[in-house]
Ligand binder design. Sequence first.
Ligand SMILES: [Zn+2]
Length: 379
Amino acid sequence: MKFLYKILILLLSSSSLSATAIRVLIAESESPVWHISAGAGFTFQNPKTGKKLPLLSSHRRLTITVEHNQFMINGKAFKEDQLYLQPINDHAQFEQDHYDGFFMVARQEGKYYLINVVDVEEYVFAVVKAESWPGWPLEVNKVFAVASRSYVLHQLLKARKKKSLFHIRNTNHHQQYRGVHTCAIIRQAVDQTRGLFLGYDGQPILAMFDICCGSIIPSNVTGIVDFEKVPYLARNYACTFCKDCKSFNWSFSYAAEQLQHKLQEGFQTPLGSVKDLKIIKKDKAGVVQKVVLKTAHKDVYFSVHELYKLLPIKSYAFTVKKQGKKYHFSGKGFGHHIGLCQWGAREMVRLGWSYELILKFFYPGTVFMRLHDDITAVE
Ligand SMILES: [Zn+2]
């Protein structure tokens, strides 16, 4: 139980504004020009002193820039290196998206950050929309809500240890996040799982997920996560539920000239005509780590990450076959093959699995925990 209370204390001590406020990085720049608006204007607060700054409160649109290392808001200089911008009775808008909670601008080591500070439940509500498919049933959205909540709580505790300004990024490197929406089924999924997350050793888990696992067994995949630290991601049995997903098997072919053209985009100097492309390192799961391109001039080595940026491969579990002057790529799944398989979960719901059983299938050895005043494991 000690661990559980530790989580609670960490969460509650983070902010006087919300017990479980998540700080999502929205933008970072060395020379920002950010426009934020809210229908009824903003209030300003120094987060360090809690002092309200009675300035610019009638301004509905803020332009934030930096001059001489100081934040300038609508032309006025702020000496504070952190500032809360709280919309009055409204959502704030940045670029095309509206955000719940409030914004924080912060300066650290020559960089400037725009952060959305949002309650964990509103964060999960937004992420499930950005990472899910419209029209999927309630039960599968509950799976995603619990996974997404677990993931962000894991990142929150990790960020606190490192004393990071923000807890999570709004990219698919972490979880995509595009602010408020009105999808009723996702609201239900979040409300019906409110505060629920998966724990291991009393800590929220790194609940990674991908779109389609392609039946790759995660425990055979090397180089993505350290299974000693995250044993619940070392699932040693396959998900076969996603086999009707269109990304379960994928393929494409390039003529040698096309392949040369695509790969050339990653280089300044000419590669020369392509003679062969060979996989030289893959793991037990068939996940590729390294390839060599043989050209008329030289051998060029690519990590699979470099190759991923240049070719339309959907996952790293693929093979390449040369037939005459053509190169056939065929692979399995869409994503990194670790954790929850979204299309698998969708099919399991169709077959009658509950969201609890689905989560236990994909994250073996975990327990359900609840984020509450009296945080407790529910099993
Ligand atoms: Zn699957």
